[in-house]
Design a protein around this ligand. Structure first.
Ligand SMILES: Cc1cc2nc3c(=O)[nH]c(=O)nc-3n(C[C@H](O)[C@H](O)[C@H](O)COP(=O)(O)OP(=O)(O)OC[C@H]3O[C@@H](n4cnc5c(N)ncnc54)[C@H](O)[C@@H]3O)c2cc1C
Ligand code: SF4
Length: 338
């Protein structure tokens, strides 16, 4: 039994004060990832700072025509929020493709961004893992790496980020707002998560004394032509082997703007500006989609058990873009299950 203290934060300033004062502390929101990690002895915070009473539970319109989502908005509330369903259905679909209804009821927006990898060895404290124990080695590179990354890997780590929601937020070009001892700052979503490099213990660019306060969506929601496709070993309640968020703006059968992000393949949602630029001005057909898929996956490198992901991702990109172009998003059916 490892003892830890429990404290509540009264407001954002208090939360920042408490986390800055104790480097062994961690925030707890829904607890759906952190508590598991503590039970597995992967994380050992000596103090939990409960942030669930902070006033960060609303979805508000911004002056720029977008939405600001509080960090404590539960995943379920966000997916079924009328403004999200109407204006950002890609985000709604991606959230509903993740976890289970019970987990989505507990999971928070901020916690979803900060959830940790599902690499088997990260959870197994009997094995070396550079992310859990820097410098100990990576068991996945020569081990069972079926669920691991094919893009942006390093010699130190080949883990993936497991979130579905974040893949849609990357495609929608959201902004993450954070608060720390020196005030507030904003990060483009693409800059929030990191690639492993030689510091795989760092999942993102949030400082240890900062809190995520909200995620902001820009005005453009791609509500007419979008699709989120998640491919996994089981039909529900499983993390993505590969997932694709695709959003198109069409004009006279041609692509005016395209967004494409992959999940389950890298340490962060994977985008490549060249792949999206290659679609601009092209016909919305299989040939253009295949070219974009090739560009997106150009640098992919498979390991012993996960090389299948390269072809799978390529086919998934073409299929998702085809669905987006037709305006028949696959994940609509999920919305009936509440
Ligand atoms: C069985 C299972 C299946 C799952 N399947 C999926 C899936 O298919 N797809 C998917 O996307 N997810 C899945 N999840 C993950 C789930 O979405 C995450 O566990 C959840 O989103 C985390 O949110 P939370 O509020 O519970 O975070 P917590 O567990 O409370 O916290 C997670 C981390 O975030 C930090 N944190 C939380 N909020 C903040 C904040 N505002 N600022 C700074 N730090 C913060 C905590 O300190 C902690 O380190 C699954 C989880 C489980 C247990
Ligand atoms: S891939 Fe990353 S998380 Fe998995 S064992 Fe290697 S270092 Fe650890």
């Amino acid at each position: 039994m490892i003892n830890f203290q429990y404290a509540r934060a009264n407001d954002v300033a208090d939360a920042v004060r408490q986390i800055a004062a104790d480097p062994t502390a961690k925030f707890i929101a829904g607890g759906t990832n952190l508590i598991d990690l503590m039970k597995y002895d992967v994380e050992r915070p000596l103090r939990l700072i409960d942030i669930t009473r902070l006033p960060l539970k609303t979805v508000e319109e911004t002056a720029a025509g977008g939405l600001r989502i509080g960090a404590l908005v539960p995943n379920s509330d966000l997916a079924y929020h009328p403004l999200i369903e109407q204006r950002y259905p890609l985000l709604s679909s991606a959230i509903l493709a993740g976890a289970s209804q019970q987990l989505r009821n507990m999971a928070s927006t901020g916690g979803n961004l900060l959830q940790r990898t599902r690499c088997f060895y990260f959870y197994d404290t009997a094995t070396p893992c550079n992310k859990r124990e820097p410098g100990s080695g990576c068991s996945a590179i020569e081990g069972i790496n079926r669920i691991n990354a094919i893009l942006g890997t390093s010699e130190a780590c080949i883990a993936t980020h497991p979130s579905d929601m974040c893949v849609a937020l990357a495609a929608l070009e959201a902004t993450v707002h954070v608060a720390g001892p020196s005030g507030e700052r904003a990060m483009a979503f693409a800059d929030f998560h990191r690639l492993p490099g030689d510091t795989p213990q760092l999942d993102n660019n949030l400082q240890p004394n900062e809190i995520v306060t909200s995620v902001e969506l820009p005005a453009k929601g791609f509500k007419a032509n979008y699709s989120y496709l998640k491919i996994r070993d089981r039909l529900s309640y499983a993390f993505a082997l590969v997932s694709v968020a695709a959003a198109l703006e069409l004009e006279g059968g041609r692509i005016k703007e395209a967004r494409l992000a992959l999940g389950g393949v890298a340490h962060k949602p994977w985008r490549k500006p060249e792949a999206e630029a290659a679609l601009r001005g092209e016909a919305a057909d299989e040939q253009s989609f295949a070219k974009a898929a090739d560009l997106l996956l150009r640098d992919a490198k498979g390991f012993e058990h996960n090389a299948f992901k390269i072809g799978l991702a390529r086919r998934a990109v073409v299929r998702t873009l085809t669905q987006a172009a037709k305006g028949t998003p696959q994940s609509q059916a999920d919305k009936r299950v509440r």
